[in-house]
Design a protein around this ligand. Structure first.
Ligand code: FAD
Length: 434
């Protein structure tokens, strides 16, 4: 436990009650801080996500592992297939890695279920959560060290943490301008199919009877599927305009017949499953954020900082967005827990920023690379990729980075507590040497 002179009276206010904000609330309470979470929405949205072992480890440490497992499915493997023939290019079994990484399996679950588990735990641990509280960028007062809500309430705290997602107003406050959303040139289409309808066709049953994450690798596109709660979730990443006038935010309905018409050369089994779909929604992807030293995640006085998508929004090709955010907020909480005065709070924020910019930058770049490799256009490069899949043993540079043992260990074996302890120790040594 940290010294009693700072933490109990030190009030941390987290803006955003997403997965990262709520996990942060619990982690900071566990370090002894007084914590309030401000969330603009009144309800939780249902999106299905994969949660990788590096995030599961943190949630195990928080104490919500059992509850989370009761809402999750543990996929047997990740299967990569050719989009047109359906040939299995690579199958990565997940039981071995789960054992290797602290008995932390890769899970699939509803983001809303995860948020609910975290919400309940946060309340139990004494976090104050206020719903329906929205902060606008104009309400962020860095100099005065306060926030003003959209209903003109002034909020004071010792530290404000922006966990308010990819459109973060705290990020805007730190930068002094609203960053422009730059189209990535891809969108995702999501189609949900009842598994009972698939099972009713015996020749398709094989796709759902065992829980697997299946990825069909297509030219400039990919389709990721997995089942959860009797529903088969299909997420198609698809090319889209980069013209700023075509930008859209949030979910848009799509004419499913029109979309299906693009898929005439895709594996017939996948097309047949898609024929069972009734509706489709799409979301636009934006260029991920990899900040250099000049972009602040922390203000000069040590009163504001950002975490999760607010700091390092990526793309979903490696299933790492929420995981990276959970890692970040765990690192942040561990470091803040070591501070015994305001100067050390500022120092710990600086260490957090340095550690997390470096690691999340690597994760984001690896994600982009994975997208390029998995979504290769037909041609000799793609043929060589497929030859590697089929003939090579996974090692550095293998086209499924999650199966490359070195990258996998770096990604899934991350330990935020150890990293924070080592960084703090190095800081203390440097301080005493001065
Ligand atoms: C298609 C897709 C698939 C994905 N799949 C995966 C996956 O499989 N695995 C994975 O790990 N990640 C995945 N991600 C990424 C993951 O969803 C995000 O990285 C993660 O949700 C970020 O969490 P967060 O808490 O930082 O932000 P958010 O989830 O965006 O939460 C921010 C919260 O802040 C609130 N808020 C925002 N602005 C304000 C304001 N001004 N005032 C008050 N409250 C505010 C919001 O209402 C929200 O509750 C995927 C993303 C996409 C788009």
């Amino acid at each position: 436990m940290p010294p009693a002179d700072l933490q109990p009276s030190f009030h941390v206010c987290i803006i955003g009650g997403g997965v990262v904000g709520l996990a942060g609330g619990i982690l900071l309470r566990q370090q002894g801080f007084k914590v309030t979470v401000l969330e603009r929405d009144l309800t939780l949205h249902t999106v299905r996500i994969q949660l990788h072992p590096n995030a599961v480890r943190v949630l195990k440490e928080i104490g919500v592992f059992e509850k989370m497992m009761s809402k999750s499915i543990i996929p047997v493997s990740i299967i990569l297939k050719a989009y047109n023939t359906g040939q299995v290019l690579h199958q990565q079994f997940l039981e071995g890695p789960a054992k290797k990484y602290n008995n932390c399996p890769l899970l699939t679950l509803h983001r809303a279920d995860l948020r609910q588990v975290l919400y309940d735990e946060a309340i139990t641990q004494g976090v104050t959560i206020r719903h329906g509280i929205k902060i606008d960028a104009s309400g962020v007062d860095l100099k005065g060290g306060t926030l003003t809500t959209d209903t003109s309430e002034i909020i004071s705290a010792d530290l404000f943490i922006g966990a308010d997602g990819g459109e973060s107003v705290i990020r805007t406050g730190l930068l002094g301008y609203k960053p422009k959303a730059i189209p990535h040139g891809k969108i995702v289409h999501r189609i949900l199919i009842q598994e009972a309808d698939i099972i009713a066709r015996p020749h398709l049953k094989y796709l759902v009877e065992e829980p697997n994450i299946i990825v069909w690798l297509g030219p400039e596109c990919e389709a990721v599927t997995y089942g959860l709660d009797g529903v088969f979730n299909i997420a198609f990443t698809w090319p889209y305009s980069t013209d700023p006038k075509d930008i859209f935010f949030g979910a848009q309905p799509v004419d499913l017949d029109e979309f299906r018409a693009n898929l005439t050369d895709w594996e017939p089994d996948l097309r047949e499953i898609l024929s069972l779909g009734k509706d489709c929604l799409r979301w636009e992807f934006f260029e991920p954020i990899t900040d250099d030293d000049h972009v602040p995640w922390v203000d000069d006085t040590g009163k504001f900082c950002i975490v999760g998508d607010a700091a390092h929004r990526g793309l979903p090709y490696l299933g790492q967005g929420a995981a990276a955010g959970i890692e970040s907020v765990s690192t942040l909480a561990q470091l803040l827990g070591k501070a015994t005065n305001q100067d050390q709070v500022r120092e710990s924020l600086g260490i957090y920023q340095r550690l997390r910019k470096e690691r999340t930058g690597h994760v984001i770049r690896a994600t982009l690379k994975t997208g390029e490799i998995w979504q290769m256009a037909d041609g000799p490069l793609k043929d060589e990729r497929d030859r590697c899949f089929l003939q090579e043993t996974p090692t550095v540079g293998y086209p499924n980075p999650l199966a490359d043992p070195f990258f996998q260990e770096w990604l899934w074996g991350f330990d935020a507590t150890k990293t924070a302890n080592e960084a703090w120790e190095a800081y203390q040594i440097a301080r005493f040497q001065k």
